[in-house]
Each structure stands twice: as C-alpha cells, then as structure tokens.
Design a protein around this ligand. Structure first.
Ligand code: COA
Length: 466
C-alpha cells in the first residue's frame, strides 16, 4: 500500500531513533535521551490498555505524561484517565531525557513531543509540518541546556526525515526565536458588549439546531477539513484536540457547561458549528457571560447566522471569543465598533527548515523576482536564494550565491513572511530586515515587491492550542 506524504514522514521520524549529537551532549552530563515507545498505528493500540507490566509502553507513556503535567504546573494526572490517552499518541514521536540519579528515575526530566501535520499556506494549499508540543524540563533540572539539546536534536531529526517546516504554540513568547521560530499567526481575543454593539447582518436561509457533544465530535473534524485551507496558519487538529473541544477527553473536568449548535444551509448541508459555555453573573442575571471556545464556518452565510445566534441570546452581557483572526468580519456587523475590545497575542510559530521546499509550497500575490540573503541561528538552512514568481503566482526558488541580494534577514523574519501575515516594510522599520535600497518606498522598492509577493488578503490564524 502506498503511503501518503504524512505517513512517510511519520514512519521516517519514528524509525530514526534519538538524535545522536543531542544524546552524546546529554550523556556527558549523565543524562539519557530516549524515544518513548508509542503505537505505530491504531491497530497496535490494545483494546483496554492498562498501566501494568503487561503493557510496558503504556507505563512509559503514562510516566512521560506525568512529567509533562508537572512541567506545565498542572496537577498530577488522574491515574484512571492515563491509559485511555494512549491511543492519542498513535504515530507520534516523543522523546524523554532521563536522569538515573533522581529519586524517581522512571519520570523523564525533559519531555518533547511531536506529530506530523499539515500547515495551511497561502494559495489554499498545505505543506507537511513538524508540530512540536509538550516541551518541558523539570524545575529541578532547568537552565542547563536540556531544552536546547532536545530542540536542536529534534529539528535535525525533522530535517533528516525530509520535513521543510516546523510549527509550535508557546506558553512564553521569549523562548523560541533563538531557534529560528517566528510568531507568524497572531490570536485575537474578542470581547463584545452585546447590548451596546448594535449587531446587524444579512438575512440567512438555513437553520440552527443544538447538537449532543457526540454529534459535534463527529461533525467537527469534517467541517474543519473543509475550511482549513482558507486560513493560512491553520494545522489539522488531532483527535485529542477535538475531544478537548467536545468535552469527551477522559479526565477533563467542567465540561458539563458546554453547548453545541450547528448551522445547516437551505440544502441541509452543515456549514457552521459553534461551541460555547455560559457563566452566570450572580450580581446581575442580565449579564451572563457567553464564552465561545470554537466557531467554525464554511460560508459567509453561516458566519452571519452563527453571530446572529450569539447576539440574539437574552440575559447575556459580554460575548467572548479567543483564538480568532485580528480581522474578523463581525467588526463590520456592529453599529458601535467600540463595543468590541480586541486583544492580540502571538500564537502560531513557524520555522522554515528547508527554504526551497517551503517557499515553493505556497503561491504568491504578484509576479516578480527577489533575492534574499538568509542566515540561520542553528545553521539548518542558509544562503542566498532567488525567488522568481510567474504570472500564476507559482515560484521557482533557487540557491544562487552570485546574485545581488535585495534583502538580508534571518530564518525568523523569513518564517514570519512565509505565511503572509507579516509585512516586510514593518520588519525593515523594526530593524529586522536590511534592504539594498534603504529608505525607498512604493511598489518598485524591495519592501514593496516583497509585500506584493508575500502578503495575503486573509490574516493568518490558528483556532486551537497544541
Ligand atoms: C522553557 C523550558 C522548557 C526551558 O528548559 P531549560 O532546559 O531550562 O532551557 P535551556 O537551559 O536549554 O535554555 C535554552 C535557552 O532558553 C532560555 N530560556 C530557558 N527558559 C526560558 C524561559 N522560561 N524564558 C525565556 N528564555 C528561556 C535560556 O536562557 C537559554 O538561552 P540561550 O541558550 O540562548 O542562552 C523550561 O523552563 C520549562 O519546562 N518551562 C515550563 C514549561 C514551558 O513553559 N514549556 C514551554 C512550552 S511552549
């Protein structure tokens, strides 16, 4: 049976073993770098896995998850729920750093998880990406280079497997630019004062219905697959992410408040889904808070219908949505735009690992040529690259040391430009990109040409954490 590109990358990563250079550097400090065994396919998941010597790989994964919880300041995970999460790790590559001299040597002091996903890039297209998660180092072992060894080693493993891009979301903004990652898709939290807003939107012909969490769980991945290519920056959520939205992840508390609603168009096709919960305001029952954890729509009609549904709730004060676009059309559905308070943070981080493959995976907004001199803080991929875009927006990217460079930048700035949400003119003003015609503006300037090529009409976004 032929493998999909994603399956090819997954097996290459799982077969590769731990990175030799990282293992050697950690061994010099008495630490042991190991791959955590996880199932290669759903067929390898025992029907009822248990934390017992009968299933040593479940024991190892449970210990790894205990260390992840500890690293993220979470409580000790519920013992009963740990085995049920085993299936969520199918085809993943997870590593642990072990210190045999600790009081609990079975719990890794460093954890680093990854899975292969598809990153949406401009042009309704996607590229396979190395998604990084669960990066923790035990508080007893911090600031001595364990995270750096894990990151550098795992990025080398991703490159060796043939992946051209890595992605991650962050707990702290200050950690990842040193490894070449750029904040590439921001996340906006929208808090809208319902009564003040003066909402209006075009009429819609479909209908709304409540769903059970199980019905939502079934429909959500299908709808996301239809909409994800419209938003650069999106990746494919795993089953575990959908269980989190649906409240069907074992051991997750406070899911009783979740409500699920679908919008079907006049042909009966599901075009929108929303998940939300309500928080009563004891001091004023007309100011219950409505918190939306997911709003997904495939058409403008569904978008309008879902927002009307939220606004037509009675007894609601603020409507809050997080992980939204900075450029939500709802702004233009409000008579009083100041009823919406929008807070923006960095969210989806992207790091190019192979410049030619990554830049050729997207389309561009304008024909032309630009030559970029790129340096890489980890030395993974660097040099001078000519990007020639044809009238159809397709690029041919060639390594060309002889061409005169139009702009000089690092992997971080190139990765920020890559999915279209960052302006070259902004990066030049910030002193992060140097151009050969410094001070020039307008469409023929270097920044004008880069922005015409790279910028997208749709602001990149990502609708969940991973
Ligand atoms: C973030 C974390 C993984 C770092 O682990 P660590 O082993 O102490 O990191 P290292 O010693 O390898 O440090 C690597 C670099 O990151 C820097 N760094 C480490 N922790 C940092 C932090 N919290 N904020 C900013 N920079 C940090 C170090 O100064 C070092 O910089 P340098 O190599 O350029 O000199 C660890 O502090 C941790 O587990 N934190 C809690 C969980 C978390 O936030 N994980 C990140 C998930 S996105």
């Amino acid at each position: 049976m032929t493998q999909t590109p994603q399956q090819h990358f997954e097996s290459a990563l799982r077969e590769a073993g731990p990175d030799a250079a990282a293992a050697e550097a950690l061994a010099a400090h008495g630490l042991d770098l190991r791959l955590i065994p996880t199932p290669a396919s759903a067929d390898d998941v025992p029907a009822e896995p248990a934390i017992s010597s009968e299933f040593p790989e479940v024991v190892a994964l449970a210990d790894w998850l205990r260390s992840v919880s500890r690293g993220f300041l979470d409580a000790e995970p519920d013992e009963k729920s740990l085995p049920s999460r085993y299936g969520a790790f199918v085809a993943r590559r997870n590593i642990g750093v072990f210190d045999p001299t600790t009081a609990q040597p079975q719990l890794p002091v460093g954890t680093f998880g990854s899975f292969v996903t598809q990153l949406t890039v401009p042009g309704q297209s996607a590229v396979e990406a190395f998604a990084i998660t669960a990066v923790t180092v035990a508080a007893t072992h911090r600031r001595r280079g364990i995270a750096r060894q894990m990151m550098e080693g795992e990025l080398r493993a991703a490159v060796a497997a043939g992946l051209s891009v890595a992605v991650l979301t962050v707990s702290e903004s200050s950690i990842y630019q040193r490894y070449g990652f750029a904040p590439s898709a921001p996340a906006a939290t929208w808090v809208i004062d319902r009564k003040r807003a003066g909402f209006s939107a075009p009429a819609t012909a479909g209908r709304l219905d409540y769903l059970s969490r199980e019905q939502f769980r079934e429909l959500a991945p299908v709808l996301h697959d239809r909409v994800r290519l419209a938003s650069p920056g999106e990746i494919v959520p795993t089953g575990m992410h959908w269980d989190r939205f649906a409240g069907t992840l074992p051991g997750v508390k406070n899911t009783e408040a979740l409500r699920f609603v679908q919008y079907r168009d006049s042909d009966g096709v599901v075009q929108g889904l929303v998940v939300y919960s309500l928080r009563e305001n004891d001091a004023d029952y007309t100011k219950t808070a409505l918190d939306v954890s997911l709003l997904m729509t495939a058409t403008d009609e569904a978008y309008a219908a879902m927002w009307r549904y939220l606004f037509e709730h009675d007894l609601i004060g603020d409507i809050t949505l997080s992980l939204r676009s900075v450029d939500e059309p709802v702004r233009w559905m409000l008579a009083d735009q100041r009823a919406a308070v929008v807070t923006v943070v960095d969210h989806q981080y992207v790091r190019i690992l192979n410049i030619v493959t990554a830049l050729q995976s997207r389309t561009y907004g304008s024909a032309g040529r630009v030559v970029l001199e790129v340096t890489d803080p980890l030395g993974i991929d660097a040099g001078r690259f000519a990007i020639d875009v044809d009238d159809f927006g397709q690029a041919v990217v060639t390594r060309d040391a002889t061409a005169e460079a139009d702009a000089t930048l690092t992997t971080v700035e190139l990765s920020a430009l890559f999915i279209g949400g960052t302006s070259a003119a902004t990066l030049v003003s910030a002193g992060r990109v140097t151009v050969r015609d410094a001070g020039a503006t307008g469409p023929d300037s270097v920044t004008g040409r880069i922005d015409a090529m790279f910028r997208t009409p749709t602001e990149p976004r990502l609708s969940f954490w991973y």
